[in-house]
Each structure stands twice: as C-alpha cells, then as structure tokens.
Design a protein around this ligand. Sequence first.
Ligand SMILES: [Zn+2]
Ligand SMILES: [Zn+2]
Length: 102
Amino acid sequence: MGAHNHADLAVHIGHRIECATYGDDIEPANVAVECIDCSVVLRDADRPGDEAPDDPTPSGYWNLLDHAGHWLACISRPSARTVAVSCRRCGLDLLAFARATD
Ligand SMILES: [Zn+2]
Ligand SMILES: [Zn+2]
C-alpha cells in the first residue's frame, strides 16, 4: 500500500490530496497522506513509540502531523523529473520521487 516511486505517485497528479489524522485529536495514533479522488493512502506514519522509532524524514509522523488538515497538491516538476506531494499552505514537499533514469 502507498506510493513508493515516481510511477505510483504520478497517477495522482491533479487529484485532491489531504493530510488526515486518526485517533486522538492532540496526539493521533496515525497520520496519513490520502488521495481523496482515489480513496487511497499514499503514505502514513504511526505515532512513534517503543516499537515505532521516530522517522525524521518529511514523511515521518511529526513532520506529517504539522500538515494535519491542510490541503496538499500532487504536482509534476518536469524540469526536475520529479513528482511531488506538496502542502499548499506551507509550501513544503511531503513526498517527492524522481523518475528513474533508463
Ligand atoms: Zn488519486
Ligand atoms: Zn502544511
């Protein structure tokens, strides 16, 4: 499940993407980047704990939580050969994949 490469994510260019939380309002158990149009989770992260160490990348729990409730956009950047999920409010990329060179 989820988007793990350029091809996985490119399917969702132009779709409505949001950052949703599940569980407690203050410290949700799970944060997910979801495509509304396709009803799929592109990336999610569980709250770090004893069994789930913190992930410091932009798609880790604490970084994703910063964007809870924000609208995201899946955009193509042809000049950089990448497709990215970017937060419309914060102007930050949550996910980005470069197209594989062949
Ligand atoms: Zn989609
Ligand atoms: Zn944001």
